[in-house]
Design a protein around this ligand. Structure first.
Ligand code: PGA
Length: 256
């Protein structure tokens, strides 16, 4: 079997945790632990209030910084929102789009994910688009349908020539924050479905080069088996990314 040519990407999703001081302390503790692991790109997805401090400490290190969401417009009367121009001005390089918590609690739709994805690509932000089925959908055998719908609407109208930076994260909603990780077989099968949809929506070449991360109760002790799967190109990590030692172990174990 040919080896996976895609560089691993390990992203920490800090959600609504940490103050700027705590974020800086995390990075200072994490850097020496993660330094020997150049096989993977590391991205920290932080709340808007942390971004200036995180960008500042990460600046001279191989750590990239992501917002957890953004509006698709450059500016306007949208109280509480953050625009791609604001993120770019801070030195943010990546943005999470369509996390299931945004879909579940903040009315994120497949259509708004599509608008945000187009905007991120147009502004040179690297998008990490999250897709994933609910437990009820898996139990009703609708997983493939849900993943194809979420992926195809997200990618609708995207110019394949501009889509090279795209990253997708498969996060089965039933595995997020529950301690219930998808088995490597379940995750790899879902990644195959997503990759086939990228081939249809964009091109077979982009399907082969696009990184698809797994997310949902990733821990230091399940990272290696997940990341050894042919179609898993890294991880999006919530709870286990809050502690620098745990997150550094995940980065190390993803080398498989
Ligand atoms: P978890 O969260 O690792 O705590 O399950 C993952 C995510 O929501 O991105």
């Amino acid at each position: 079997m040919p080896t996976n040519p895609r560089k691993k990407l390990i992203a920490a999703n800090w959600k609504m945790y940490k103050t700027p001081d705590e974020a800086v302390a995390f990075i200072k503790a994490f850097l020496p632990l993660a330094a020997p692991h150049s096989h993977a790109e590391v991205v920290l997805c932080a709340s808007p209030t942390l971004l200036p401090a995180v960008v500042d400490v990460a600046r001279h290190h191989p750590i990239r910084v992501a917002a957890q969401d953004m509006h698709w417009l450059d500016q306007g009367a949208y109280t509480g929102e953050t625009s791609p121009l604001m993120l770019m001005a801070l030195g943010v390089t990546h943005v999470l789009i369509g996390h299931s918590e945004r879909r579940q609690y903040f009315n994120e739709t497949d259509e708004s994910v599509n608008l945000k994805l187009k905007s991120a690509l147009a502004h040179g932000l690297i998008p990490i688009v999250c897709v994933g089925e609910l437990l009820a959908e898996r139990e009703a055998n609708q997983t493939a349908e849900v993943l194809e719908r979420q992926t195809s609407i997200a990618l609708s109208g995207i110019d394949p020539a501009a889509a090279a930076p795209l990253v997708i994260a498969y996060e089965p909603v039933w595995a997020i924050g529950t301690g219930r990780t998808a088995t490597p077989e379940i995750a790899n099968e879902a990644h195959n479905i997503i990759r086939a949809q990228i081939a249809k929506s964009l091109s077979p070449a982009l399907a082969a080069s696009t990184r698809i991360l797994y997310g949902g109760s990733v821990k230091p002790d399940n990272t290696a088996t997940l990341c050894a799967c042919r179609d898993i190109d890294g991880a999006l990590v919530g709870g286990a990314s809050l502690d620098p030692v745990s997150f550094a172990k995940i980065v190390a174990n993803s080398a498989a």
